[in-house]
Design a protein around this ligand. Structure first.
Ligand code: ADP
Ligand code: MG
Length: 347
């Protein structure tokens, strides 16, 4: 039995799957979350329900754990930094400062010589007019975006609504004629060693991930470049834990970084059933200071995200050998909410 207790901020499906991976390693978990019904409480050793700015609850959380990690990146930076003064937060909070902010994120990636979509920082409607070469484009809120929230498609300048008051900052990205989307999940350990899972091919519907598969149908150059970029990014960030680099591949086979997720990622759910060590287990290993264990693929696989009411049908279904149904146990069904996933192992 290890004596390590890992604190996890956030109690959704990613937190649940981290708790399950920790259990396998005999690492205890304490989850803190502002969602009273968060499903991770069904898998953690302890659950603290609290707003993230509640000082006394944060102190209680800090006192119970050895290391802290998180399942989502939009936790206020000051809170992560405060926790980090007492117990190590991994990946380190400064990384979130970059990744929470699309402008800083893209600048960081471009400065490494890695291509992203063409983009511009937008503070007011006039900035869109100045960058009309980026249309048709997508206006994205500079911070706090997920699953397509805070995104607006702009086909022409006529789509700018008169009543938009630009109280937040945005970036405008050129719309890419997508051939494919892929992601690379990579874990970096305290020793600096990294393990990149093979690229995963992803299909989004209405900006939400719907389907993932390995192997990705891509050429060798893209395969290698996507992994090398991910390694460079992880090294430069001095990252510890699992992260994901989401990529676009355009019709001319240009590989463009879409965004970085400083955490375990939905596209990597298939690693639970397809690899000897999942992205979740590697994350727990890395942030708890365990050494890297050889990670290898046992099966090819596909993953289907189960959204909203689709879960009802899956709950009454019988599954074939090699099919693994994960029900996140969320109490309320909401349209487009991630309710579960199905992994299908392939030869
Ligand atoms: P989120 O932070 O909500 O995950 P993303 O920027 O990853 O937002 O966008 C979600 C999805 O929307 C992408 O995976 C892709 O399918 C589509 N998308 C976003 N930006 C672009 C773009 N510039 N060109 C084409 N498709 C895009
Ligand atoms: Mg995304």
């Amino acid at each position: 039995m290890s004596d390590i207790t890992l604190g996890i901020i956030g109690s959704g499906q990613l937190g649940s799957l981290l708790c399950q991976a920790a259990k396998k390693l005999n690492v205890k978990t304490v989850v803190i979350s502002d969602d009273e019904q968060g499903p991770a409480q069904n898998f953690s050793n302890e659950f603290i329900y609290s707003k993230y700015d509640n000082e006394s609850k944060i102190v209680e959380f800090i006192d119970k754990v050895n290391f802290v990690t998180f399942e989502f990146e939009n936790i206020p930076l000051e809170i992560l930094k405060k926790i980090d003064l007492k117990k190590k937060v991994l990946p380190k909070p400064e990384i979130n400062k970059i990744i929470q902010n699309r402008k800083l994120e893209k600048t960081f990636v471009n400065d490494l010589g890695i291509k992203t979509t063409d983009w511009a920082f937008i503070k007011q409607a006039r900035d869109i007019q100045k960058n009309k070469n980026l249309l048709p484009g997508i206006l994205k809120s500079n911070t706090l975006g997920y699953d397509g929230h805070g995104q607006f498609v702009l086909n022409s300048l006529g789509d700018i609504k008169k009543d938009w008051c630009f109280t937040a900052d945005y970036i405008l990205e050129k719309k890419v004629d997508l051939k494919k989307e892929i992601s690379v999940i990579i874990t970096r350990f305290t020793s600096g060693e990294t393990f990149a899972y093979e690229p995963i091919e992803n299909l989004h519907k209405d900006q939400i991930l719907k389907h993932s598969k390995i192997p990705a149908n891509i050429n060798k150059d893209i395969y290698e470049k996507s992994q090398n970029n991910a390694k460079l990014i992880a090294d430069k960030l001095d990252y510890v834990g699992t992260m994901c680099v989401e990529y676009f591949i355009d019709q001319d086979d240009n590989l463009l970084v879409n965004e970085i997720a400083p955490r375990v990622h939905n596209s990597g759910h298939l690693t639970i059933s397809a690899f000897n060590i999942s992205q979740f287990e590697n994350h727990v290993r890395a942030v708890c200071g365990f050494k890297f264990e050889k990670t290898q693929k046992n099966f090819n696989a596909e993953m289907i995200n189960i959204l909203g009411k689709e879960i009802e049908e899956y709950r009454s279904k019988t599954f074939e050998k090699g099919e693994f149904f994960f029900d996140y146990g969320k109490k309320t069904i909401k349209e487009k909410r991630k309710m579960g996933h199905l992994t299908i192992l392939k030869k």
